[in-house]
Design a protein around this ligand. Structure first.
Ligand code: IPM
Ligand code: MG
Length: 360
């Protein structure tokens, strides 16, 4: 199979972790007889340095022409970096939002799975962990407060900032359908998360999710308020299968869910739209404080590449091969520093990539 992949290494640890994901993909090419053609695309801080904007029209076009996009991470240290003294639409993260919107990737899938081998890295008590948990956060990605009107004005000498949260029923319906579809392939439970006791947008969310649920009689649906969900994730994470939620709630809850798996450095993500073209990136950020030191955990990016094979290219066997290799390396006791525990072997970014590559 011949596929064209747009590669956005981005900023901070982005280039290092993407290098490892490409290392793994090249083993897949050899072993399964595929050809991946890469097109390097600039986005985020690096694009600001070169072009003055976080995403050029040409870069977006390049991504649109590809079969999928593999992304490292974008952004710098918000308090300290040269990229943040400018208006928000020119900052690195604006590039990522424009890319998601430009490719119409409204469905963001973030799995949170506790590997047996990483139980000791999980901050929860053993009786809460039990035999582990395995959930997926289905986050709406191109609507809500991230994309509503925003401004800062001075009114009677007082600064006032506004961000508008809007959803229409079609935007809710299409993500809800994705959430139920994925639940059908899993444990058949959807927890729809909102703030319907306060927000109109959440009341509409709940109404539409209830309508969609009628087409999935085999899926159990429950509604949960977002503050309660934040609590339940650390109190009883095993209750969750698919968490279906809007953009900002999903951003926050996915960081929480990832942390209880031991490290945010383990979590992959896929952003999908109506076509096969998807964007695959780790759930974590660019970690500028550890960039260039060969200590970042490349597993989230490597698992994102596996998701790309599965969802965009329908290469399930190849994706399985990567996922098993990751498990194998963890079982053998190799760890990057973020998931290190006593008696294990600490390795760097490159060594982790090499180990996984060999196990495939
Ligand atoms: C994420 C990130 C982004 C988001 C930022 C970098 C804009 O936190 O992918 O979760 O909030 O979506
Ligand atoms: Mg986030």
């Amino acid at each position: 199979m011949d596929k064209k992949i747009a590669v956005i290494a981005g900023d901070g640890i982005g280039p290092e972790i993407v290098t490892e994901a490409k290392k793994i993909l090249s083993v897949i090419e050899d072993k399964f007889n595929h050809r991946f053609e890469y097109k390097e695309v600039l986005m985020g801080g690096i694009s600001i340095d070169v072009h003055g904007v976080p995403l050029t029209d040409e870069a977006l076009e390049e991504a649109k022409k590809s079969d999928s996009v593999l992304l490292g991470a974008v952004g710098g240290d918000v308090g300290n970096s040269k990229w943040y003294g400018v208006e928000p639409s020119l900052r690195p993260e604006a590039g990522l939002l424009a890319l998601r919107k430009g490719l119409e990737l409204f469905a963001n899938i973030r799995p949170a799975y506790l590997y047996d081998e990483l139980k000791s890295a999980c901050p929860l008590r053993d009786d809460i962990i039990g035999d582990g948990f395995d959930m997926v956060i289905m986050r709406e990605l191109t609507g809500g407060i991230y994309f509503g009107e925003r401004n800062t004005q001075e009114v009677n000498g007082i600064l006032k900032a506004t961000d508008i949260l809007t959803y229409d029923e079609e935007e809710i319906r299409r993500i809800a359908i994705r959430g139920f579809d994925i639940a059908m392939k899993r444990k058949k439970k959807v927890t729809s998360v909102d703030k319907a006791n306060v927000l109109d947008s959440s009341r509409l969310w709940r109404k539409v999710v209830n309508e969609v649920a009628k087409d999935y009689p085999n899926v159990e649906l429950e509604h949960m308020l977002v503050d309660n969900c934040a609590m339940q994730l650390v109190k009883h994470p095993r209750q969750f299968d698919v968490i279906l939620t809007e953009n900002m709630f999903g951003d926050i809850l996915s960081d929480e869910a990832s942390m209880i798996t031991g490290s945010i450095g383990m979590l992959s993500s896929a952003s999908l739209g109506k076509t096969k073209l998807g964007l695959y990136e780790p759930s974590h950020g660019s970690a500028p404080d550890i960039a260039g030191q060969n200590v970042a955990n490349p597993i989230a990016t490597i698992l994102s590449a596996a998701m790309m094979l599965r969802y965009s290219f329908d290469l399930d066997q190849e994706a399985d091969a990567i996922e098993s290799a990751v498990k194998q390396v963890l079982k053998e006791g190799y760890r990057t520093i973020d998931i290190m525990s006593q008696g294990c072997n600490q390795v760097g970014t490159k060594e982790m990539g090499d180990l996984i590559a060999k196990r495939i």
